[in-house]
Design a protein. Structure first.
Length: 225
């Protein structure tokens, strides 16, 4: 989040900086965005930029903070309605994003480029946003603890917190890809949602047909369970 130095600026100057940032993050994905272009359009020095923001990530997270707060609140409400179904978090995330896209407050291109440029494993941590980092940012929202507390892990075939984190990462990956495609209008809205729900159901219920002879789950050492 911005430093107090940013909030001490006159509102018109704050608006100019944020407008320059939206312009750049709308133009390209996060890792391609240039701080030099932002400060040039905002007419501030590079030193001033770092007085206001820790880095480029700090700035883009602030731009989407309203969206994240809305997503967390809706996911918490959805969990309450679904008796702790973890899959509802990500269905709500998908639906919230596509609904938020329609609002006047949404920076659609910024949101699209953020999701499009997100990676499951960041090879260049200083430049990329990986999904675990984005999840970490979401965890900063006060409502996220309510989400975690509301998940009914007894319904899941998980043995540890590590298993639950892996499931989160898997669901986030599928959701991120689906949102990217939906925002990029690769499919019509109805088809996009059907395809997304189908992938969620594959994870939720599995794809292996029951009672198939000769097919089992193998451990790393190759022994069939």
């Amino acid at each position: 989040m911005p430093t107090q130095n940013f909030f001490n600026l006159p509102l018109p100057k704050q608006s100019n900086i944020l407008a320059a940032a939206r312009k750049e993050f709308s133009r390209v994905t996060f890792n391609e965005a240039s701080i030099n272009k932002i400060i040039s359009d905002a007419e501030i020095s590079r030193g001033s930029f770092y007085l206001y923001f820790k880095d480029k990530k700090d700035l883009v997270y602030y731009l989407v903070s309203e969206y994240v707060a809305k997503m967390v609140k809706n996911a918490a409400d959805s969990l309450s309605r679904s008796d702790g179904d973890i899959f509802e978090i990500f269905i709500e995330m998908y639906d919230t994003t596509l609904e938020y896209k329609k609002t006047a407050d949404c920076d659609t291109e910024v949101l699209k480029n953020l999701f499009y440029g997100m990676h499951s494993n960041s090879h260049s941590p200083a430049e990329d946003i990986d999904m675990q980092e984005m999840l970490g940012f979401v965890r900063q929202e006060s409502g996220f603890l309510k989400i975690i507390a509301s998940i009914d892990a007894k319904k899941l075939n998980v043995q540890s917190d590590s298993d639950l984190n892996d499931l989160f990462a898997l669901l986030l990956s599928v959701t991120r890809q689906s949102i990217s495609k939906a925002l990029g209008q690769m499919y019509n809205s109805q088809e996009s949602r059907v395809r997304f729900l189908n992938m969620i159901n594959m994870i939720k219920y599995g794809v292996l047909k029951p009672h198939e002879e000769g097919i089992g789950i193998r451990e790393e050492n190759g022994y069939e369970l």
